[in-house]
Write a protein that binds this ligand. Sequence first.
Ligand SMILES: Cc1ncc(COP(=O)(O)O)c(C=O)c1O
Length: 413
Amino acid sequence: MSHFSVEQLRAQFPALNETADKKPFIFFDGPGGTQMAQQALEGMTAYITGGMANLHGAFPTSVETDNLLLEGRKAVADLLHCAPEEVAFGQNMTSLAFSIARGLGAFLTSEDEVVVTELDHRANVDPWVTLAKDKNSRVKFIEVNPETYTLNLENLEEIITDKTKLVAVGMSSNVTGTVSDIERIIARAKEVNALVVVDAVHAVPHLSIDFQTIGCDVLLCSAYKFFGPHIGIAVIAASLFEKLAVYKLAPAPQQIPDKLETGTQNHEAIAGLIGAINFIENLGQGATRRERLQSGMQRIEAHEQELTNRLENFLTQLPHIKLYRAPQGFHKTPTFAFTVNGVKAREVTGWFAERYRMCIADGHFYASTLAEKLGVNPMGGWVRIGLAPYNTMQEVQLFEQGLREFLEQRVKG
Ligand SMILES: Cc1ncc(COP(=O)(O)O)c(C=O)c1O
């Protein structure tokens, strides 16, 4: 598979362009949110400058806005391989998860159990825990192995039982990058007829996703993590979506997917989302948009893998660094979390921001169950460096130089 030219790709990101008075930052916080592709920006400005409108009117900008939503759903359907009417938009992944949880209330009783994981971002934990509390249902956790940072699936049959009504699992950790064995978890959940929610927020920017093959009931993601604007996306299997009793205004549409979309949507963000998907499509090859998107994502993965190999090697061998990364043989995204002996995470990231203009994040990243279990909170959490397709080998080398310098100057012994 041929690679894309990273220089040509970088030219499509306005935030990376050097201007006379501004040197661009080096962006290593893809997991917190990527930079926006030019196509996404153009989609947004074209919608705004072309005349904005609300839906269902007789006049042209309203008709265009109706079409925009339809096009947005079709684009997402090709990206994630689902039906357009299974795609609903919302403010962000967290808000969508809470709305869906509220809608699932009718499905749960105090006899039922809900299963979540210790590895997940709390956005895929608390909506379901809140639902369980409302219904007096029991909550069980799939534990993390604290040595491998992977989910412990040995006792899956004891955790997911005939009583389980809902299983919420992340496809990939936004801290350690661990890609979980969701196939196995979903297979077990389906044996007992439980609903499955997959948080794909950290997976969609790095992996080609196939909703139909995954076989979950709900899949959630956010466009600002994959080169687009701030908007959340829910894919809900039509069979469940039809039955979902959502909280909505009486005169608002009853049919899927509109029924989940309370109030007026962020139309300009939907226009931007289409642009972001076009950006991925343009990286790939194939006869259909779905094929081009899959091939575009494979090229992104191949590029990120090259940088990952180098960075993983470097961080594993460095003294004073503890890297929280699953061993070889486990699939991972290009997201690295580490701590530096005796140094608060914020001191490291502040140093990089000041000396190297590098955007590197620190904290628990809302994976707070994992942070507590691994005892990183007293250190201010982890330092997280996350790669995106616009990152270069030179940037990775500069990070390595910076970290060596930091260790020499700040860490004794
Ligand atoms: C894995 C994961 N899940 C969920 C979320 C929440 O997404 P949103 O900001 O769209 O609510 C994030 C955000 O960082 C995330 O990384």
